[in-house]
Design a protein around this ligand. Sequence first.
Ligand SMILES: [Zn+2]
Length: 350
Amino acid sequence: MTKYLCLISVLLAQKSHTLLLDRLYAEPLVLDTATFRWVQAQVSEKELLAHVGFLASDPLQGREAGSPYEKIAAMYLIHQHKRFGHPPLLPNGYIHTFPLRRSRPTPPPPATPSKKKKAAPPSPEVVFDTVETWNILAVRRGTLHPTQYVVLSAHYDHIGTTSRGEPFNGADDNGSGTAVLLEAARLLSLLPPPKRSIVFFHTAAEEKGLLGAFRFVRDSLLPLDSIVAVVNTDMLGRTDTLHQKGERYLYAIGSDRATPHLRTIQERVNALCCEWQLDYRYDDPKDPLRLFTRSDHYAFARYGVPAVFYFGGLHEDYHGTGDDVEKLEPERLQRAAVFLALMAWTLANL
Ligand SMILES: [Zn+2]
């Protein structure tokens, strides 16, 4: 008797651990060709460039997490989701706030005139303070299974200014992914509501160590087993040092770590809508750059949630003051916005 009960409980446990995506996926995967064509015709370069033009402008001072400039960027994101008719995911509004502990070097004391031999200048002391930082979360509610979710994420923070006050505008990192996420949200708002909910997650403090995404998981804002998949975007707007300008490549990282079905869906959607040359070179878990662990999807993927990271690669302006809007390639942004919207649409309608 005990033996059978044990067996039943093991089987039940195994069943409950089957990924939601694996339970939903069925062959043949039928893609919604008419919607795909329609979305391709609607994507707007003007919208994309307006978003990144604002977020990566000098007055935004590099959108550092915890700064007033992060809050200006956050209010811009909220305004856009209101414009698209997307309500907040959380009952108390679009903002998920959490504390951020910062270190600041204090300026050295003024030098006192002395006849003695010049001493080495004292090293600046480091002081800590705590400020608020904001994740921004909006949702397109599903009709049939509103408590099952596809999560689209992109970090909107960047690294502030140089010590001389020159802004790191972060047009590619990650003005590009943020603009693509907003444009995908707009495109999805033009379609009928999907079967499952689509969450638009603008993460905070990614540059401080993926803190916003980790905090989302720590605060259990959604049950992890209710998430079909996470699709994360970072640095999509430029050609990296490993490719030629105009090459239609996109790194897709991690799409088969949790289940082969996410990669299958990605390849089928891509073939029909976007024709990216999906580059899997960073997918190798032994890759020395370990990019899979270096952006926000990892907060979910480490618990086994299917997640994929779309990335355009590193270039000479990465975390430099030259990461500016005029260097972005609008065609890449448009293609990425269509791809993101149609991945979300397909996953949310399985
Ligand atoms: Zn980034």
